[in-house]
Each structure stands twice: as C-alpha cells, then as structure tokens.
Design a protein around this ligand. Sequence first.
Ligand code: SF4
Length: 359
Amino acid sequence: MTGIYIHVPFCARKCIYCDFFSVKYQKGLVSNYVNAVIRNLQAYAVQDPVDTIYFGGGTPSLLSADQIFEILNACVKYCNISENPEITLEYNPSGNREQYLHDLRQAGINRLSIGTQSFSDPELKMLSRTHSAEDNIRTILTAYEQGFTNISCDLILAIPDQTPEILSQSLHTLVNLPVTHCSAYLLQIEEETSLSRNPDLLARLPDEDDSVDLYLQTIQTLKQAGFMQYEISSFAKSGYESRHNLKYWRCEPYLGIGAGSHSCYHGKRFFVPENTPKFCKDPVQDVQIVSETVFDLEERIMLGLRTTDGISENFISPQAKLKIPLLIKSNYLIKKSDGNIALTPEGFAVSNTVIAELL
Ligand code: SF4
C-alpha cells in the first residue's frame, strides 16, 4: 500500500517558530499550483493501491473546498485508490467556517489534523498564531457536527513561560472535546526563524529538566484520557493512529506531490525543490533524487525507535547491543514481549541521546 502526500505551501503569514517551507498566499498562484498538482498526479498514475492521502503544509485549509475536491477527483481518476482510504487535511482554526467544513467532508476528507497548538490565549499570541482558544474549541465542535469523527489536534510543549498548570489546562480542554488523536511536540528553536532572534522569548523558555517534565506530564494526562502513545509525539485513541504517518516511521512507500515534498517511492527517495513557480511550470520534471535505495540501517533504527513498536535487536550492531542492559536498567529502554526493544516515555524525552548510543 502506498500513501500520497500533497504539499500545500501557502500560509496567510509566517508563525515565529516555523521553518517549514511556505510562501505567502496569493490567489492566482494557488490556482496554478492546484493545476500543477493535478498534472503531476496524472503523470504518476500510481498503480499500487493507495490507502492514505494527506494534505499537509503550509496551510491546506487555505484551498477552497472545490480545489480540494478537484485534487481528490484527480487522485481517483488517475491513481488506484483502495477501499476506505484515510484522507487527512491539515486545518488551521479560524472563525466560523461551518459551510467550509461541511464541504470538505462532502469532498471526501475524513480526517482533520487541526493546528490548535495550545488552548491558552497568551500562549497562542506568543506563538503569533492568529486564532484564539475559543476558535480552537469552536472548530473542533463544528467539525464534529459536520461529520468528522477522526480529529487530531496539535499541541506545542515547552513554550516560553509554560507551566505545568497552563499545560494542564490545554490538555484537559483537549481531552474533553471530540478529539481522537493528539500530536504533541516540544518546541524546537530552528535557525532562520524570528523566534531564534528574540532574546526575550528565548530567555523565558523552560529549561531542559522542566521541558522533560512537561513532556512526561503530557504522556501521563493523555494516557489517563485513553490516548495511547504510539510514536514519540503521537497519541491516539484505539484505532485512530495516523495510518499515513505510520508509513514514514515504518519505511513504507509514499509519494510526495508539490514543491518541497519528499517521496519514498518505487525503491528511490527523492524530493521536489522548494520552488513554487518552478513546480507550477513543470511539475513532472522538477524532481531531485536523494537516494537510489530506500532506507539504510541507521535510518531504520532511528525511525523505528520513534515508535512504541520499537525495532528488532537484530538491527543493532554487536558493539551497541552491549549498552542495551544499562539502558533498560536506567528506564530508557524496554524489551517487549515480541522481542523488540523500544523507548520508554523517559527514553523518548531524551531520544536523541539514547538513539545515538544504539547507532
Ligand atoms: S506553523 Fe503552520 S501556519 Fe504557521 S507558518 Fe508554519 S506552516 Fe504556516
């Protein structure tokens, strides 16, 4: 089974912490882009069964419902879409968009990944998000009323000034809404973002120990509410794990469409450069090969250890294997009943260090 990822690189404005590839929304450019995506889907004509389609960004919810429908129509027309595909759209909360959510559901979107980020207005303001906590709640409830029963929310952890009490308020709001999945990320300070050049905000970041505590608090609260961790940043109620994202960690095939997208498809890895006008002009040719092989052993270890399934010890070199008993004793690693080794919550909190020990 293959997944299709469609990158929509448009945002209304840039958030201070974000280094994802995106450009400013312009109506004319967006419609050229949608046409290029459709031409690209026609050219690939994916014949392996496709069981997931994922609109990521950027801000895919800046596309009209008609544009989403046209793209999905092209997927069905040119590719081999299997029965009951998971079709996700990343959605930025905003004011009341009841009709839009209704139309998205009618177009075939059956999973929303909502960029809530926090349910605290001061935190949302600090992150330069344009929506409020009330917008988040209203978006989730409206989406649910419009037939979305598979709703994911993003949360950012270790935001400047974040305390366990503020995080607790966000988590408790989230778990009391009709949400089935949560992606909770520790805030990363990326170069070239305006956050990285803001000494005042940087000085107010929680320190490393406090960040670990906020992460462990998140795991604990979500677990109590029935959200089981299945990946370092991903938590789901039973049966609501992201089928699309699991492909990335399990090294399964996916085809990326659009400027800035990456693919692991037909035994090769490649990407489309982050150049929107170039992609619009020639989407079929605009591809650069990263590797003629799928994933090497080191990548498989790194990706596999992101998940609670873990990896077989057979992947680990004899020298690194000697470190496993100590990592288990220190509560960073567990041996599972199927023989795999996997990180514990404490191991996930310091995953870079633990994974480096095992490479
Ligand atoms: S965080 Fe999302 S909405 Fe904000 S700039 Fe990045 S991609 Fe756009």
